[in-house]
Design a protein around this ligand. Structure first.
Ligand code: NDP
Length: 498
């Protein structure tokens, strides 16, 4: 039997093709409430797109524990080898608008929501192990430079490179972004990283950790020309690829690894372990595989499940917590704040965001779009003697010892912004990687003003003379001038290129 059409309150609709008019050729009448409701709803279909990570694709799947990590964390979903936890993943580009091309050069978001028995554990990672900046106070400025010029509404290489060349801590991420890893072939063919350092803890011990999701499909990338061709021929190519491969039963998977640092080692480590512009070299902290993530189910409705998916890096479960990483601390606020703006204060009630392994039992009440029973007649205050939910001291996180006066402090390891990018360029990249990197940088930096080109090329020279010279040659700068500028201190370099 065919379903009968109704309005949104269930009233049958007799005719959905002809507006009520005064006679066959007369004007429309205000009493056509079906028309009014239909148009009014249509007018309100769009919600604000995310300021960053606007274009994305999502899928459901599971996480399976493959090795025992109970020595390091008491997280219940990691308590047993073989244990499975349902999850939802959203992949995305960062800077582009909701309709932008999937193949753009950009970091890729890699957000995972684990529906555990202790509530949702959420990770908001990227396909890169590091980030452009290490202080959240710089974040809005940085993102503005990746978006559009306020006067022309055009992408602007001057803004892009002006900011980056004034921010040498960005170099590590810039090298990854402008290598071919900045244009992954699909969402299936890239790694994911927590990037931030997090806390794992047991009842007695604390550890600093980083997670690495290594693609089982193999790392595959696009060249700049392949990416540009796809941007016009199939701008939704990565979204299509994820959906089609899951629909065909070709389920993508990732091997999940952890790097573990003893809490006591953090103070003396040669890098600041909470600086997101740094990795922990594998020789210092090897990857320990402990899980598998498999994606095996497509969403049924994109808006309901992907556009409304809300991830928060502050959604922890007992056994996992934050680190003092300043960028993470900023994101702990910014993500849920964005959801409150885009989706409303009750965004946790949207089905994709609800916990699945347990029920939320809070004293929060009311608010726009309260779509559940609002906790019925239960008490709405704590403490109470009417049987309301009570805190569980077992869920307490061990204290973090801190000292010092409150203040705005400059980074305490000032001269190490070049070392890890140098290791990437000189020791990890192949000759082909290096040559693509230089071409990719030239293709973008070539559009900026000469003084900005010189400043950024000087930073590249400090990473490695071959990189500085290669970029200089590719965009027609005088290599001797670049070398001279690179030898200045950063303040003098900025003065010389103002
Ligand atoms: P290793 O030689 O042990 O590992 C090199 C790492 O680099 C691998 O994880 C590899 O990823 C990754 N890689 C290869 N090509 C690129 C690229 N174009 N862009 C980004 N990553 C790439 O190195 P170390 O641990 O001693 O670190 C050396 C440098 O490697 C670092 O300075 C950093 O730039 C980079 N790196 C290090 C990571 C870490 O956590 N230690 C993680 C990622 C990069 P894969 O295995 O997937 O091929």
């Amino acid at each position: 039997m065919t379903d009968k059409l109704t309005n949104s309150f269930g009233r049958p609709v007799a005719d959905d093709q002809n507006t009520i008019t005064a006679g066959p050729e007369g004007p429309a009448l205000l009493q056509d409430t079906h028309l009014l409701d239909k148009l009014a709803h249509f007018d309100r279909e769009r919600i604000p797109e995310r300021v960053v990570h606007a274009k994305g694709a999502g899928a459901y799947g599971y996480f399976e524990v493959t090795a025992d990590v109970t020595r390091y964390t008491k997280a219940a979903f990691l308590s047993e080898v073989g244990k499975r936890t349902d999850l939802f993943v959203r992949f995305s580009t960062v800077g582009g608008e909701k309709g932008s091309a999937d193949s753009e050069r950009d970091p890729r978001g890699f957000a995972v929501k684990f529906y555990t028995e202790d509530g949702n554990y959420e990770m908001v990672g990227n396909n890169t192990p590091v980030f452009f900046i290490r202080d959240p106070l710089k974040f809005p400025d940085f993102i503005h430079t990746q978006k559009r010029n306020p006067a022309t509404n055009l992408k602007d290489p001057d803004m892009f490179w002006d900011f980056l060349s004034l921010t040498p801590e960005s170099l590590h991420q810039v090298l990854i972004l402008f290598s071919d890893r900045g244009t992954p072939k699909t969402y299936r063919h890239m790694n994911g990283y927590t990037s931030h350092t997090y806390l794992w803890y047991t009842d007695t011990d604390r550890y600093w950790i980083k997670l690495h999701f290594k693609t089982d499909q193999g790392n595959e990338t696009l060249t700049a020309s392949e990416a540009a061709a796809l941007a016009s021929s199939d701008p939704d190519q990565a979204t299509r690829d994820l959906n089609a491969s899951i629909a065909a039963g070709n389920y993508p998977s990732w091997t999940v690894n952890v790097q573990i640092m003893n809490e006591a080692d953090a103070a003396d480590y040669r890098y600041d372990p909470f600086d997101i512009t740094k990795v922990w070299p594998h020789a210092d902290y090897p990857l320990i595989p402990f899980g598998k993530m498999v994606l095996n189910r497509n969403p049924e409705n994109y808006f309901a499940e992907v556009e409304q998916a809300a991830f928060s890096p502050g959604s922890f479960v007992p056994g996992i917590g934050p680190s003092p990483d300043k960028m993470l601390q900023g994101r702990l606020f910014s993500y849920p704040d964005t959801h409150r703006h885009r989706l409303g204060t009750n965004h946790a009630l949207i089905p994709v965001n609800q916990p699945k392994g347990t029920m939320a039992r809070t004293y929060e009440r009311d608010g726009a779009m309260r779509t559940d029973d609002n906790q019925g007649g239960g008490p709405n205050y704590y403490p109470n003697t009417f049987g309301g939910p009570v805190p569980d001291p077992g869920a307490a996180e061990p204290g973090l010892p801190v000292t010092g006066s409150a203040g705005r402090f400059e980074y305490v390891h000032p001269n190490d912004d070049y070392e890890q990018p140098r290791a990437l360029f000189a020791d990890v990249m192949t000759d082909t990687d290096r040559s693509h990197l230089i071409d990719n940088i030239a293709g973008h930096l070539g559009g900026a003003q000469r003084r900005i080109q010189l400043r950024e090329a000087a930073l590249f020279y400090r990473v490695h003379p071959d990189l500085g010279n290669g970029v200089a040659a590719a965009i027609g700068l005088d290599a001797a001038e670049v070398a001279r500028l690179a030898a200045l201190d950063q303040e003098a370099l900025v003065e010389a290129t103002r």
